[in-house]
Design a protein around this ligand. Structure first.
Ligand code: NAD
Length: 253
């Protein structure tokens, strides 16, 4: 494991790994979007360290959605929908790696859609997306702007279906809900076939998502994260730094 080298040396090693890889999979989380201005959950400026009437992990649970929907939408619309956010250099570099045939898939725990906004095509969204919302009764589709508008208009801040007046729910996997089976299967297939797995911007503490990393059988396990993770000891290259800054220094040939 290369832990003692300078950041320049580590980025050179990462460059060599990427040059010699043909099937990279990227596995990421909220830290990938902090450089786009979206707070993560567990950094000191993250959502878990902000003052709310209820702890965020309680708010983003299905029980809370069912019983305190108005409070859920207050937090969700203020803190989890960021339609003005733009992709940062990490998103763009990963999209470029895919376009050049180096990267086969992105597996993300993020719900912000910024990988797709940067041009990435094969993105597995383990926890869903703020951009998809469905009526819990008739399954009608709504986009994120609809949710924000209805949150403002409705007396309790709860978006309702324009067809049947039932509550609309984001297609976001809340605590106590299951991940989509197809998305998990596709993620496992992609990770099992990868020659390099780059993990970035995730504390790797949210299960079952982080358990997917165990399916990696390839050569290079790279971790780019600001703070330590339980998987650091398994990495072949560990870079402690901002992922946008690190990936912006990589050339794609
Ligand atoms: P987390 O908050 O638990 O961990 C984020 C990790 O990223 C931390 O280890 C932090 O040190 C690191 N980090 C922060 N900024 C970084 C940067 N610029 N470069 C490198 N590392 C950086 O996030 P998680 O592991 O993704 O789990 C939280 C859950 O909440 C996930 O389901 C996540 O998708 C969701 N969430 C999503 C968003 C989003 O869609 N943008 C935002 C907040 C939370």
């Amino acid at each position: 494991m290369y832990t003692m080298e300078s950041i320049d040396k580590k980025i050179q090693i990462l460059q060599d790994i990427i040059n010699n890889s043909n099937s990279i999979v990227f596995f990421g989380g909220a830290g990938v979007s902090t450089e786009s201005g979206i707070p993560d959950f567990r950094s000191t400026s993250g959502l878990y360290n902000q003052e709310w009437k209820y702890p965020p992990e309680q708010i983003v649970s299905r029980t809370f959605f069912n019983h305190k929907c108005s409070e859920f939408y207050k937090f969700y619309c203020q803190k989890m929908i960021a339609l003005d956010a733009k992709p940062n250099p990490a998103h763009f570099k990963l999209a470029e790696l895919e376009q050049k045939g180096k990267l086969s898939a992105i597996i993300t725990q993020n719900i912000d859609g910024l990988h797709q906004a940067a041009g990435s095509k094969n993105v597995f969204e383990l926890h869903g997306s703020v951009h998809r919302n469905f009526c819990l009764n008739c399954n009608s589709f709504y986009d994120a702007s609809f949710i924000l508008e209805q949150h403002k208009i409705d007396s309790e801040g709860i978006p309702h279906c324009t067809k049947c007046n039932h509550i609309v729910k984001p297609d976001v996997v809340l605590y106590e809900e299951s991940l989509d089976n197809n998305t998990i299967d596709n993620s496992i297939k992609a990770i099992s076939k990868a020659d390099t797995l780059i993990i970035g911007g995730t504390s790797l503490v949210v299960y079952p998502a982080s358990g997917l990393v165990r399916y990696f059988k390839g050569k290079n396990l790279v971790i780019i994260n600001m703070s330590p993770t339980d998987y650091d000891k398994n990495s072949t290259l560990l870079i402690q730094g901002k992922i946008g800054e690190v990936l912006s220094r990589i050339s794609v040939v």
